[in-house]
Design a protein around this ligand. Sequence first.
Ligand code: MEV
Length: 420
Amino acid sequence: MVDDSRISGFYKLSREERVKKLKEVTGLSDEDLGPLVNPGEVDMEILDHMIENVVGSMTIPLGIATNFQVNEKDYLVPMAIEEPSVVAAASNSARMTRDHGGFTATDTGPNMIAQIQVVDVLQPESAKTKIMEAKDELLAFANEQDPILVRFGGGAKDIRIRIFDTKVGVMLITELIVDTRDAMGANAVNTMAEALAPRIEKLSGGRVILRILSNLAEFRLVRVRAIFDRDMLGGEEVVNDIIAAWAFAEADPYRCATHNKGIMNGIDSVVIATGNDFRAIEAGAHSYAAMNGYSPLTKYEKSPEGHLVGSIEIPMAVGLVGGATKVHPAARASVKILGVKTATELGHVIASVGLAQNLAALRALASEGIQKGHMALHARNVAATAGARGDQVDIVAEKLVKEKNVKVERAKELLDELTM
Ligand code: MEV
């Protein structure tokens, strides 16, 4: 945790200076940050046990977003992503909320759903009633599978039954709602579902096939709102045009897919940096967005003073215990930089980044277009690829943009001229 996430001119520092600054403001040690700032330090032995047939590792850049304040706490946010502009854009949007109290986040609690699919049920309605009659006993049995989770205040809390008429006949789906506390919860809920299956078969008189969590985590939602300053955004006209851009997404799924993709740029970056399952988050986000016709995950309105009021509501199945978050040394370092104490707190920050990211994209699109900023950053990439280092990167990149010729060949020529 940091006292103040505003670090003026952070982007202007060299990478080494940024690392120094990061240590200074977070109080973290070389040992804490080592595997993140020097990926070569990550013990291959650990990676070798994470998946199968390991031969190496793949590094992607990790940047720090500044300016985030969520529920009155400041956060520096690690973001792992290959796309330029994303980290700068998130930091910039977060800055525009600070005079209006930053981001305010709430949640539904960390409740996951496990599904047990029953087929060949002759009397589905009476099967449903029988299962609901046994609800307390079923919940108690599910909780016997994970006493530690129960000790931490989590565990199976509820059961709901849904009946579908499908292409292969009637199907009865028993859903177990489990508070998974600080775990993402896939292992916990899958274990419970598998354990309950024989009892469900007996009660329903049918045959169980699947026993697996649902990534449509509708009981693990995070809601965030923030006010983005009208003047910092560029005036009331920009505010109106951002709202019009959002309304476009609301009206059209083709635009909405891209709108939500921009949100996920921010969300996935933090999810990846913290070693969480970004496929689960993507599946949850888009399926939740599609529940009542595919819609934007964010909403925008104008305050009486003309400021932009943004909000987001999104499933947020992230954990802090278990999985890569606990095992991968770089992910552990990211969690330390964030200073979050619970999975829910992590979810609050991630959803705030999603809102910030979306606002930045809409603002750029509704004003100068995204290519200008994008090209400036892309040019730095191209300059570095051509071999530019240190100050050379900015000098070459600037010329590439001015010439409107952002190509590696041209960057090499410019670099040759510079070093002659
Ligand atoms: C690019 O990665 C994301 C955007 O296309 C999002 C959007 O259009 O809202 C800029």
